[in-house]
Design a binder for this molecule. Structure first.
Ligand SMILES: [Zn+2]
Length: 250
């Protein structure tokens, strides 16, 4: 009887691993800035974290920019969500029809890269790699790396915001210990999260570019807790992005 129970437990565990692996696979997103990268993510066992994008609770200027970018950026429809990306050289977003029509988190993030290119000006490149944002990023990172409390974050629901997780893995990329805490915390919580692949993130300028797109993603959402997270932890970056967007006529 005990053997049978052990056998059933093993089957249950295997089932969990198979299901978990499937969700892990589903949440692997490709995302290309100047360099090819992949968003790697953990698996989920909880219900999805509800966030809607490009609605009335979006930051006003960011929403104006989004409407403009949707009309003025090349779009290539793709089959697989994990192939979502932005190619700066062609000013093209690659999105599934669902992402494009329903303004999903993937769509908003990729249009965040299109915004980054637009703010850079006429030549190909990213505003997030210019001095204003670079300096802001360095300042915010220094503060976060000195005093950020992971325990506090995981007491709230904010960590479940995909863009928040992507920001954290970028900011703490060079801190192996903090990265391990983050990874373990997400895996223990069993929620989906975003994280770009290591090789891509090893370049500081790629981290800046992804954090820029993630900040834009949050500003264009109805997740007020995540917006508070931005203003508390990345005030210089968020201010720099918002001011740059507000300075444009959309
Ligand atoms: Zn990206």
């Amino acid at each position: 009887m005990k053997r049978l129970a052990n056998f059933l437990m093993l089957c249950l565990l295997l089932n969990f691993v198979v299901v978990a692996s499937f969700f892990g696979y589903v949440y692997v997103h490709r995302d290309t800035g100047a360099v090819s990268s992949a968003l790697l993510a953990g698996f989920t066992s909880l219900s999805p974290y509800p966030v809607s994008y490009a609605g009335p609770q979006s930051q006003e200027s960011c929403l104006d920019a989004y409407c403009f970018l949707k009309k003025n950026t090349e779009v290539c429809l793709i089959e697989r969500l994990e192939d979502s990306r932005y190619v700066c050289g062609d000013n093209t977003v690659f999105l599934t029809a669902d992402s494009w029509q329903n303004d999903t988190v993937e769509a908003v993030h990729e249009f965040g890269h299109a915004l980054d290119r637009y703010l850079h000006g006429t030549t190909v490149g990213y505003y997030s790699r210019q001095a204003c944002f670079s300096d802001a990023y360095a300042a915010d990172c220094a503060t976060m790396q000195r005093s950020f409390q992971f325990d506090d974050l995981f007491q709230t629901q904010t960590y479940r915001n995909l863009a928040v997780s992507d920001i954290l893995f970028a900011v703490f990329f060079e801190d192996t210990y903090a990265s391990r805490i983050l990874e373990a915390s997400y895996n223990t919580a069993g929620v989906p999260y975003w994280r770009h692949e290591q090789e891509y993130l090893s370049k500081a300028e790629n981290r800046q570019t992804e954090v820029f797109a993630d900040i834009y993603t949050i500003l264009l959402s109805d997740d007020e807790e995540a917006k508070n997270f931005l203003w508390q932890n990345l005030p210089a970056c968020t201010n720099c992005l918002v001011r740059a967007v507000e300075a444009q006529v959309w």
